[in-house]
Design a binder for this molecule. Sequence first.
Ligand code: ADP
Ligand code: MG
Length: 335
Amino acid sequence: LYNMVQDLKGNIRVYCRIRPTFRAESKTVTDFIGEDGSLCILDPSKTLKDGRKLFQFNRIFGPTAGQDEVYRDTQPLIRSVMDGYNVCIFAYGQTGSGKTHTMSGPSGGTSKDMGINYLALNDLFQMSSERKDNIKYEIYVQMVEIYNEQVRDLLAEDKTENKLEIRSCNDDGLSLPDARLRSVNSTTDVMTLMKLGEVNRAVSSTAINNRSSRSHSVLTVHVSGKDTSGNCIRSCLHLVDLAGSERVDKSEVTGDRLKEALYINKSLSCLGDVITALAQKNSHIPYRNSKLTLLLQDSLGGHAKTLMFAHVSPESDSFGETVSTLKFAQRVSTV
Ligand code: ADP
Ligand code: MG
């Protein structure tokens, strides 16, 4: 049923989320937010008449939208995972625009204002318990990061042996057969694993810059269910906190920083190419051009559902990045 309702909305949807401003004195770039998913922003360097840019998405969440409001629109998609559908949810945007806030929640890991990762798992556990007389579900999670086109296991015990290779999917549907797969039964289990993942991410960070904004993190929830007559379903939910989309000035950065920037650029544009190709129903989908799209291949396209959150910082000094984020999001959108 969740799926029938969702089908009417198409398999690719794009939401935009604008975070609150933290600088009361700063001008913001949003002009208006339409109920219908339209967004108008203003170029701070131009006049009201010339500086307007209009975008159209499936939904816009303004600065006052809370985590539960955002989740309410995401929930039907999450629930379809329990009916056997693969789902990918991406958080896209420049560093500081609120990607981690949407996916994980505020830093510090209190149980207030929890993000989609937590709310989704909570929902899956609840559905599993509601349906337990008819279907026996098992839920497992994996947590990896992709940094400089190398996949690393964030749940590995041995941090020196955490590099992973992507395999073309076999019968068990695992594209990372060597990644640690942890069985989870409660949100407490998940929180514990998410904390471990965060710690491992920090430990493997060598550069002085903030690694977490330079890598993609992928939390994958594997669900398998068996009903009373022995029929099985298998599906997965990928929750992806993408690397910061900001363009770095190539004339100003060198060495490792430049290498990181080039890898991020390439993988984000590959992701854009794949989703655009799917939206246009092209016959060739360029999954193989990046580790991220290769990893998610089975959950992008076909019957799978994709949701992209385009995150925007409202301050006028972010205007350039905001336009490029919105253009990216508009390109992958089908509205
Ligand atoms: P990103 O992951 O894109 O770099 P963060 O999620 O870390 O950005 O957000 C930057 C800061 O803004 C954090 O302190 C975060 O808690 C805060 N923040 C982001 N979005 C919101 C929001 N919608 N409401 C309140 N605070 C937010
Ligand atoms: Mg972040």
